[in-house]
Write a new protein. Structure first.
Length: 137
């Protein structure tokens, strides 16, 4: 899904640049669509990054906490809980967006689907982290 969003983002950027500089006809709302697509790109990639263990990490406590397996499980559990809390907060924002009928500024697109996608991807990431904390060896 991330690859499709990235491809669409590249196509939109190319079309906007060609339209803007060669045809003197920029795509209306391209900046707004780009913002939404970047958010979708980041959150769609999040579960895959977590599943592969490719999050950015800093090894500050490695020399103080020698139990690597326990440390990794606790870290995954903490990350899972934080992702779950963030998913809940974004889901509440999606509901608020739905109830108020929030729309984007220029194109008047509803913002609820984007917030719902973000909440879903965060929830999948949280689930993955919690499962890794419980079952990963």
């Amino acid at each position: 899904m991330s690859a499709i969003v990235l491809l669409a983002l590249m196509a939109l950027t190319l079309a906007d640049v060609v339209g803007r500089y060669w045809l003197n006809a920029p795509i209306i709302g391209s900046f707004e669509v780009t913002e939404m697509m970047l958010a979708a790109l980041v959150f769609c990639a999040l579960p895959m990054v977590g599943a592969r263990g490719e999050h950015v990490s800093v090894d500050l406590l490695d020399s103080y906490l020698p139990a690597r397996r326990l440390r990794m499980r606790l870290s995954e559990a903490l990350v899972g809980l934080m992702l779950a809390a963030t998913s809940y907060a974004v889901a509440m924002k999606a509901l608020e967006s739905y109830h108020y009928g929030d729309q984007s500024a220029m194109l008047q697109w509803p913002t609820t689907p984007l917030f719902a996608l973000m909440a879903l991807m965060l929830a999948l990431s949280a689930l993955g982290s919690l499962l890794k904390a419980l079952f990963d060896d």
